[in-house]
Design a protein around this ligand. Structure first.
Ligand code: ATP
Ligand code: MG
Length: 260
């Protein structure tokens, strides 16, 4: 296997909690795994607040967690973990998405930034696309993940406080990233949910076009919390379709899937 091959790494983050980052990140991962030929991995970095297990209906006691791996990463002294370690830690979702969750308890633990870099190197070597769900805690481990990503998608909702913080975060990330503007995009979730602001006003406020628009879809979003109801992605629903189209912007999909 060629050793230089490295996954396209896409980080999803929000300037404020609760905008839908995890919903968007997990479902874009599911869409890529199911409808593209990309080997897709999802790394959830929300230690103590992991909800990926429930969102994807993963067996609660399968696989390891990032917190479990910390001693192993320490022993590896800077080396990226190989298949022997990652195969045991990752859990496969039925879409084909492989998932590594941060933790399965509410206990707060800190992931050292070096450990994040190590993990990302190990995971990126075995995938085509690596999706990161980055917490809005903005601790060094979150910045380490954002720094390593080829593309950062800032998930925002159309309310003034979130838009203000989103604009500032996008600017900060662009200043920090060597490849500048190309890597950072804003996805507007619940895009049609504002009574006060039109899309034009939102984009004018942000100073950029929204890269992706995801509609309010309460029932659909709720059903994605119980994967027994929607195992993969419901392309008939407005949110499912928008998530598919968001995934398509990141990677080519199989031809057979053509949502209207
Ligand atoms: N497009 C949508 N339409 C309706 N509800 C949505 C939509 N997107 C997300 N939600 C709902 O918003 C809530 C928060 O979503 P989610 O947990 O994905 O946000 P988050 O940004 O990851 O939050 P946190 O900061 O806690 O990590 C959930 O109840 C989810 O179902
Ligand atoms: Mg989240």
């Amino acid at each position: 296997m060629p050793t230089e091959a490295r996954a396209k790494t896409v980080a999803f983050v929000s300037a404020r909690g609760g905008t839908g980052t995890t919903t968007v990140a997990t479902n874009v991962g599911v869409a890529l795994a199911h409808y593209s030929r990309a080997r897709t991995l999802l790394l959830d970095l929300n230690v103590g607040r992991t909800i990926t297990d429930q969102l994807l209906d993963l067996p609660p006691d399968s696989g390891g967690t990032v917190v479990d791996l910390l001693p192993v990463l320490g022993e590896l002294a800077g080396e990226a973990p190989g298949a022997d370690v990652l195969d045991q830690a990752e859990v496969a979702h039925l879409s084909g998405l492989k998932v590594l969750v941060a933790s399965r308890t509410a206990d707060a633990a800190t992931i050292p930034e070096d450990a994040v870099a190590q993990l990302l190197a190990g995971m990126a070597a075995r995938a085509d696309v690596l999706i990161l769900d980055v917490p809005s805690s903005f601790d060094p481990s979150a910045f380490s993940a954002l720094d390593a990503a080829d593309r950062v998608v800032v998930v925002a909702t159309p309310d003034v406080p979130t838009l203000k913080r989103t604009k500032a975060l996008a600017q900060r990330l662009r200043e920090a990233k060597a490849d500048g503007a190309a890597g950072v995009r804003v996805a507007l979730n619940q895009a049609n949910g504002s009574k006060e602001l039109s899309l034009g006003q939102i984009e004018e406020f942000l100073g950029e076009e929204a890269w992706s628009l995801l509609p309010v879809a309460l029932d659909e979003a709720r059903r994605y919390h119980d994967r027994r109801q929607i195992p993969v992605l419901d392309l008939a629903g407005p949110l499912g379709k928008a998530l598919y189209l968001t995934a398509l912007k990141l990677h080519p999909m199989k031809r057979l899937a053509k949502p209207k």
